[in-house]
Design a protein around this ligand. Structure first.
Ligand code: MN
Length: 391
């Protein structure tokens, strides 16, 4: 199964909230990490352990090769659970995993990720880092796993985010071969270890940026056991739009709150799919001229990877790229309404960025205050189709 994160309406129905509230629900769940964290429970007879493979064999699992030049089949959205080799605190995160053998995977651990920190300390002790790799749990576990480390520091177990969203404690199960727990209701659990001192080629992989990550020697996972749910459905995630959706939903509420502390009048915020996580549209009616530019600066301060901000009024549908483009060409005066900031800190995966340095651009596409008559959009009389007989 793929596409679960493709469409915000689908996700909103799973979480039982309105689409435009979803990011705020996720932000509440992250806030509960600190105000009221609910510990996971360990259950017996976990559905994810209904079947145990005699010998772990990844060749029996339908893992797709996503993009034409990918180095092999990839798991793109498995939830990895590990324990700090010194404190035992749990970490939950998502990593790409390339199938390289019957029981072998290549792994990427980005700089700054807690899993990499755990691994480096385990490796210094000469030990493997035991993990479980959980495929297809409820998406609440995925939300927990993508909680930014700024919100969930290394001494915090982010599974409380899942507990909040589920409305009951997250459900884990004891593993058969490693000391780290798995997710009891996952479709499949791979019990595994990241090997010390071993590096093997991993990649290329069509990444979230829309470009390929290079093939390099990276970390290696040895799979010790595979357990499965009854009639398991293996979950995948398309690394483009689905990741932008999850990044967007993870940061929009925090950005909204951060910008609103600086500038009044913000109504909605959307990290657009076309902009991946480098572009955002703000919907606001600035109370005074010039405040849209302040909002542009506040947005850049709120989320450093951003490279493009567009500000539109509340009569523009920010989820409709055509409506936003129309505001750009009819309400942004290029001589006065564009802000360019050169040589700022940006995200390394964007190919325009070198050594994390790049330029940022903001478009003020709001009309002047007070609103001139020439900016009134054409409107039509609403029609109730039920009062007509349509032949
Ligand atoms: Mn963590």
């Amino acid at each position: 199964m793929t596409g679960l994160w493709w469409n915000r309406d689908n996700l909103a129905s799973i979480f039982g909230c309105e689409t435009e509230k979803l990011s705020f629900l996720f932000a509440d769940a992250v806030a509960a990490l600190h105000s009221n964290p609910v510990e996971p429970v360990i259950v017996d007879k976990a559905p994810a352990q209904s079947f145990v493979m005699d010998e772990p064999d990844l060749g029996k699992i339908p893992v797709p090769t996503h993009a034409l030049k990918d180095g092999g089949p990839y798991f793109s959205n498995c939830v990895v659970i590990a324990r700090d080799p010194e404190t035992g605190i749990r970490n939950t995160s998502v990593h790409r995993l390339m199938v390289t053998g019957r029981n072998r995977l290549g792994l990427l651990m980005d700089v700054g990720r807690h899993l990499r920190n755990y691994y480096e300390r385990a490796e210094a002790m000469g030990k493997p880092l035991e993990i479980t790799i959980n495929n297809g749990p409820h998406p609440a576990y995925y939300v927990a796993a993508i909680t930014p480390s700024a919100a969930a520091p290394i001494d915090v177990d982010e599974l409380a985010v899942a507990s909040y969203l589920l409305g009951e404690p997250a459900r884990l199960c004891r593993s058969l071969t490693v000391s780290t727990e798995g997710i009891a209701d996952a479709q499949m659990i791979m019990e595994a270890e990241i090997l010390p001192y071993v590096r093997e080629p991993e990649g290329p992989f069509g990444e979230v940026s829309g470009y390929y990550a290079s093939r390099e020697d990276r970390w290696v996972v040895n799979v010790k056991a595979i357990t499965l749910n009854r009639a398991p459905v293996i979950h995948m995630l398309h690394p483009g739009r689905e990741v932008w959706n999850s990044v967007g939903l993870g940061v929009e509420a925090n950005m909204f709150q951060s910008i609103s502390r600086q500038v009044p009048g913000l109504k909605k915020i959307y990290l657009t799919h076309g902009g991946s996580h480098y572009g955002v549209v703000l919907q606001m009616d600035p109370p005074k001229n010039g405040m849209a530019k302040n909002a542009i600066l506040a947005a850049f301060a709120a989320f450093p990877p951003l490279q493009m901000v567009r500000v539109v009024n509340s009569d523009v549908n920010i989820y409709d790229p055509e409506d936003v483009e129309r505001a750009m060409v009819t309400r942004c005066d290029p001589a006065n309404d564009i802000v360019i900031i050169k040589n700022a800190f940006c995200h390394e995966l964007n190919p325009t960025v070198k050594d994390n340095i790049g330029a940022k651009i903001g478009f003020d596409c709001t009309y002047p205050v007070p609103k001139p008559a020439r900016y009134e959009k054409i409107s039509y009389r609403p029609v109730d189709l039920d009062s007509y007989e349509i032949v």
